[in-house]
Design a protein around this ligand. Sequence first.
Ligand code: PSU
Ligand code: MN
Length: 309
Amino acid sequence: MSNFRFSNVVISDEVESAINEGRAVVALETTIVVHGLPAPINFEVARECEASVRKSGATPATIGVVDGRVVVGLGSDELESLAEPDRRAAKLSARDLGLALATGTDGATTVAGTITIAHRVGIEVMATGGLGGVHRDAARSFDESADLTTLARTPVLVVASGVKSILDIAATLERLDSLGVPVVGFATRQFPGFYRRDSGFTLDWAVASAEEAAAAFLAHREFSPTGFLVANPVASESELDQRLHDAALDSALEKAQREGVSGKAVTPALLAEFARHTAGVSVQVNRDLVVANAALAGEIAMSLAHAQR
Ligand code: PSU
Ligand code: MN
């Protein structure tokens, strides 16, 4: 480990040399591990995502805040300690990073937090399960994930299986449009709905390969400072059954409303109720999609590195 440009950011030797040599690197978030998935499958998912990135030839950089420092390239021991329930790691979006560092607060980073750090250290690609978005009651609650506004000002390509069906998908797509963030389907024109391949919304653009995604991102960056969303649907054989999905969704939304869940707790609470209602099937789907997204992100990062050599 060495200090990197800035005393509050520590980058692993492996990730630092990959960045310095212009090799492919994929940032991975930690909120999905600490707040999104139950133990012990969360650690398996973290390891499988790293393995998927490596298999494509790229270097994984799992990001979190530990002992008052941002760590880029968390080791598995650090990740396990970050996820220990006693540690009560915070959920860190972009706006929380400075405060977490200044107060010595440990935390897992969301997509917004992760891409902010990735861009700071020169990583151009990130993988997650589902991007945060506009919540269904946003007209009243104003609950729109900072993932959207952060992606609008951070030139990082994010691979996600669309957004979670717990959200208002139409409103989320409208906001991405207003914010100038391109949304491109990977081998599909249908916007994915996380647990399901098709959210019912059609996209204007699709790419057929990792090379095409990388080329589009490079061309986009010549004209615009925003990030870029590659929407990769879950594999057909992994999709959650439609009826089970719809019943779990009703139950999750109803429970969150009844219990008055708000703020940062909303997404983890909805995902947990999905898991309970589907007896863990939704967790398997989440696992499959995020591991596949890590693999695709690795391939896109390889193409980007190749194109910029
Ligand atoms: N993808 C998953 N599980 C998750 C998330 C993404 O498969 O838990 C997390 C990401 O960290 C994303 C966050 O940034 O959910 C969105 O949270 P919010 O709606 O509070 O912004
Ligand atoms: Mn929110």
